[in-house]
Ligand binder design. Structure first.
Ligand SMILES: [Mn+2]
Length: 299
């Protein structure tokens, strides 16, 4: 029985608890290594509650999203070691990803992306990761913790999953040296903001494996629309730019799972959790509509 009362979108008797619904949402209120702003553990429930307020009619496709979404019970993240929580996350994600289901995980801090990507790799074998983030998160260790949010993509690299970093505008010397030495795929925020067309998104997609996992750190967005995040970096991507990246990538590749992490609900405004809920809804809509387009059927 699901003791977690929050669910994605309005309650749907046929799908909210249906393990065969094609979309699954997994709340992961994990907060351990955040060093600046705090509050990501509260994000999953706030995002789910905000999702109830979104329209069930899409403003780009001019039709209902028609998504069938199961909301999984939240991963218990208190009182046990990080290692045990990561094992739980990985096992839960692996079983949710069976038979081509799409998994949308809601954090929590960015460290959860490592067990989620490991699960996606175990199920789908050859995958690429798209990281939408202000930061590279490529430190080998941070504050004596190799599983800190600041190290998550270093761990992902170590399991041989290629990562494309998009929206970067803050890094340390160690990360810069690694980018140079390993020829990592980095798309700087200032170049994206100056781009005259979306051609670079097609080039980005062409360099990825067919199956793609997308990790969205809320701080990829400009803090003017996403002030609630651990390290709000000025000069971020616009809402529309992020949507165009997601939409084009869904058309060119098969997006198999995603996460939205590092959201901190603010007491003064529902903006952050609402934007995160809408982002999850938009991404799942693109996944669903792209599959229909690729099958040759009409939307
Ligand atoms: Mn970040």
């Amino acid at each position: 029985m699901n003791a977690y009362h929050h669910h994605f979108l309005e309650y749907d008797a046929k799908n909210t608890h249906n393990p065969r619904a094609p979309f699954a949402v997994l709340p992961i209120p994990y907060e351990r290594s955040v060093c600046y702003g705090r509050g990501t553990a509260k994000a999953p429930a706030a995002i789910l509650d905000a999702s109830i307020q979104t329209e069930l009619f899409d403003d780009e496709f001019f039709c209902p999203q028609g998504l069938r979404v199961q909301t999984l019970p939240a991963i218990p993240c208190r009182g046990i070691s990080a290692g045990k929580i990561f094992t739980r996350i990985r096992r839960t994600a692996e079983s949710a990803l069976h038979s081509g289901r799409f998994l949308m995980s809601l954090g929590g801090e960015h460290s959860i992306t490592f067990p989620l990507v490991a699960a996606a790799q175990a199920v789908h074998k050859e995958i690429s990761v798209l990281s939408l983030d202000a930061h590279l998160d490529l430190r080998d260790s941070y504050k004596n913790n190799r599983f800190s949010h600041a190290c998550v993509f270093r761990r992902v690299m170590e399991i041989n999953v290629p990562v494309a970093h998009v929206g970067i505008r803050s890094l340390c010397r160690e990360e810069y040296d690694l980018v140079k030495r390993r020829h990592l795929n980095v798309h700087w925020a200032r170049e994206i903001l100056a781009a005259k067309s979306d051609q670079w998104i097609d080039t980005l997609a062409a360099g990825m494996k067919n199956k793609v996992y997308i990790s969205i750190d809320a701080d990829v967005l400009d803090p003017s629309i996403m002030p609630g995040t651990g390290t709000p970096e000025p000069g971020g991507l616009s809402w529309q730019t992020v949507l165009r990246i997601l939409r084009r990538l869904c058309l060119k590749r098969t997006v198999i799972a995603a996460d939205i992490v590092e959201v901190i609900p603010l007491p003064s405004t529902p903006l952050c959790e609402y934007a995160a809920a809408k982002l999850a809804l938009k991404l799942m809509t693109y996944v669903s509509k792209s599959a229909i387009v690729k099958s040759g059927a009409e939307l």
